[in-house]
Ligand binder design. Structure first.
Ligand code: FMN
Length: 163
């Protein structure tokens, strides 16, 4: 079984978290692909926050990605202005073969993401609209400069829930 980790990262934290998850899943002898959502233009701080809060879909390079080969998806976003990044919605609106796909979410933030908070709710809503099969498991990580500040103890449990 191959797991696809789909994420957007503007400053590297969510990428570092995705890489950590990939390494841990590979240690369990799973095959993992990292799929970074690539913005056509990297948004500045204010345009990122505005796009997230107003749900403005910013263009991406990797459209129409076929996710049919993956048994499971893990999807990660940074927190922007108390919302998820709009790039997640943009990516999944053109991605292929996602219907019914088992999907777990993770979120990074400058503060500790609330498991019941709006960024997760938004991702759940967006992905449910694209008919993926959302798992109950969730990972929130407080991060700074690519390092986990809080939430590391939950990483192994999250990985186990994906297996
Ligand atoms: C526009 C913008 C808004 C942000 N808003 C929040 C926020 O509301 N809450 C929070 O905890 N962190 C917030 N952050 C911090 C990021 O969520 C955090 O640094 C995240 O790990 C960045 O991920 P990345 O390095 O993968 O882009 C914000 C960052 C940006 C750029």
């Amino acid at each position: 079984m191959t797991i696809g980790i789909v994420y957007y990262s503007r400053t590297g934290n969510t990428r570092a978290a995705a890489q950590l998850l990939a390494d841990k899943l590979k240690q369990q002898n799973l095959s993992v692909d990292l799929i970074e959502i690539e913005a056509v233009k990297r948004p500045g701080f204010f345009s990122a926050g505005r796009a997230a809060m107003k749900q403005i879909e910013l263009p991406i390079k990797n459209t129409d990605v076929d996710l049919g080969n993956y048994s499971t998806l893990v999807v990660g976003s940074p927190t922007w202005g108390g919302c998820c990044s709009p790039f997640i919605k943009t990516f999944f609106s053109s991605a292929k073969n996602i219907k019914g796909k088992k999907t777990a979410l993770f979120i990074t933030g400058g503060g500790m993401p609330d498991p019941q908070g709006k960024p997760r709710q938004m991702m759940q809503q967006d992905l449910t609209n694209f008919s993926v099969n959302l798992s109950d498991s969730f990972l929130g990580l407080q991060m700074k400069k690519g390092k986990i500040i809080k939430g590391e103890q939950q990483v192994d449990q999250f990985v186990q829930s994906i297996l």
